[in-house]
Design a protein around this ligand. Structure first.
Ligand SMILES: CC(C)(COP(=O)(O)OP(=O)(O)OC[C@H]1O[C@@H](n2cnc3c(N)ncnc32)[C@H](O)[C@@H]1OP(=O)(O)O)[C@@H](O)C(=O)NCCC(=O)NCCS
Length: 204
């Protein structure tokens, strides 16, 4: 079993979306009000450049040559922008009423995301294809990210994850610590999840 890394190519959007949203996260399913809509919404996010979830942000971990893990990380990641195109696609996928119902999620999500430390190398997305989990790819991707963080002389690494995500154990094993937990009533009402943890690993 050989694990290697390479940047994704522009024609690999479908594979990125399949890895990230083939099994959509609970929050997306709740906000989109169905697994299938959450999947379609996820595919749209990956293929909409201004959302910053696309191929140009992605490094794949490959298992024996097959891309199975998506890593999106860096010290200069911008947030997403609400553009007319995003609103149009959202209405197309969710319908007008669900789009209106989903709007409070945007601000609720901002409230539960504690800001990363200045200059930190931020892990924005880490996903392994459901069929290939628990084979060490997540750990390998975090080690790869740490090498990149050292190259960029980042003082720390950071990530945000929901308080219910079992990935916390993986991150703790790799030296991350929960430094802040933010909960929010509206976020919990919409997603069924009380809040999110900011986890940080100091680099020496
Ligand atoms: C988190 C994730 C990337 C880990 O990838 P992986 O290739 O399975 O990682 P590894 O094999 O190196 O490590 C497995 C560890 O992940 C943790 N883990 C995270 N989510 C898990 C899940 N749903 N089921 C089981 N283990 C999970 C466990 O700690 C597990 O090890 P342990 O059982 O010995 O404690 C993968 O579970 C995933 O894609 N989850 C869905 C997306 C997600 O939640 N991403 C993180 C957002 S911050």
């Amino acid at each position: 079993m050989e694990i290697t890394f390479r940047p994704a190519r522009h024609d690999e959007t479908d594979r990125i979306a399949e890895i990230m949203f083939g099994e959509p996260p609970q929050e997306a399913v709740r906000v989109c009000e169905s697994t299938e809509r959450a999947r379609r919404f996820g595919y749209m996010q990956v293929s909409t450049p201004e959302l910053g979830l696309g191929w140009d942000r992605t490094v794949f971990a490959l298992l024996d040559g097959e891309p199975v893990t998506v890593l999106q990380a860096g010290s200069q990641l911008g947030g997403f922008r609400v553009t007319p195109r995003l609103i149009w696609h959202t209405i197309r996928i969710l319908g007008p009423l669900r789009t209106i119902r989903s709007l409070p999620y945007i601000s609720a999500q901002r409230r539960v995301n504690a800001p990363a430390p200045e200059g930190s190398y931020h892990i924005a997305e880490l996903h392994t294809h459901p069929d290939q989990r628990n084979r060490g790819l997540g750990r390998a991707a975090l080690e790869y990210a740490e090498k990149q963080a050292h190259k960029e002389c980042a003082p720390s690494m950071s990530l945000v994850t929901t308080v219910i995500n079992p990935a916390r154990h993986l991150y703790e094993r790799q030296g991350f610590k929960v430094v802040e937990t933010r909960t929010d009533v509206e976020y919990e009402r919409m997603t069924g999840i009380p809040g999110r943890n900011l986890m940080v690993k100091e680099l020496s």
